[in-house]
Design a protein around this ligand. Sequence first.
Ligand code: MLT
Length: 323
Amino acid sequence: MRRLFGAVVMALAVCLVPAFADTYPSRPITVIVPFAAGGPSDAMMRILAEHMRQTLGQPVLVENVTGAGGSIGVGRAVRSRPDGYTVSFGHLGTHVANGAVYRLGYDLVADLEPVVLLPSNPMIIVSKTSVPAKSLSEFIAWLKAQPNPASAGTAGNGSGSHIAGLYFEQVTGIKLQYVPYRGTGPAMNDLVGGQIDLIVDQTSNAINQVRAGMIRAYAVTDARRLATAPEIPTTDEAGLAGFHMTLWSGLWLPKGTATEIVETLNAAAVAALNDADVQNQLKNLGLQMPGPDQRAPEVLGTLQRAEIAKWWPMIRAAGVVPE
Ligand code: MLT
């Protein structure tokens, strides 16, 4: 009898162990978006989170932790437990440029585990509607004719919109006065209101205001026009040949997170990216999906390291200091 009981207990233990090991996630997951609600990072993550929730069977909560060009929020995620329940959303600004601007207290490569590359989009040069320019060349002439540097909204030093502004200054010779916000959502509100002159923004953040005639678009920083807004010229066509910048986003976990957890989160994000409704929402904002061969975690890690090598020299040469 005792032997039979032991065999039953063993059988049950063998059956339960794999199930227990597969319980991630067993509670809500928090994704830290390091910029204010209503901006492009926040918008993308909330679209993805809704679908990921269905795949993971747990709420995927978006928490906006802002400040210092996004580095406050990334730092919070880096220092969280490597258990898969705190995820870092970021992009070219937060997971590349920040490292050339701030003494971060963490290493953008060594302290983070890449999970998945998310959609990308070119930047778009937009101004308030009261600017009397109808083309990029007229806009640049207007900028140069101003008695003081025009005010350019950003999401803080080292943010994507800030790096894009620096690049715009470099290729045109103009000088800008940067106005930092907690994200380009709030910056866009002030651009629509005419309180600032321009933003070199993520297309996904500006395209609906352009369509509504609330701001003016001059060009997108790409060699190809946007499929969703073919009326907007490229920088190549508008006289700034080669002024290209793609802002890509991604998800990371703290270093040391178990591979199975990275893979589970990656699979849920990929399922969202493959969903037709999610794709329609994101493509309508001018976002491009990563290709089928760009979905593995190491693709994001390889890209991040290459972009650090590409952008850090320019950022450092510009003498960017923490805000
Ligand atoms: C940036 O400019 O870095 C981001 O687009 C800001 C944001 O997502 O709000």
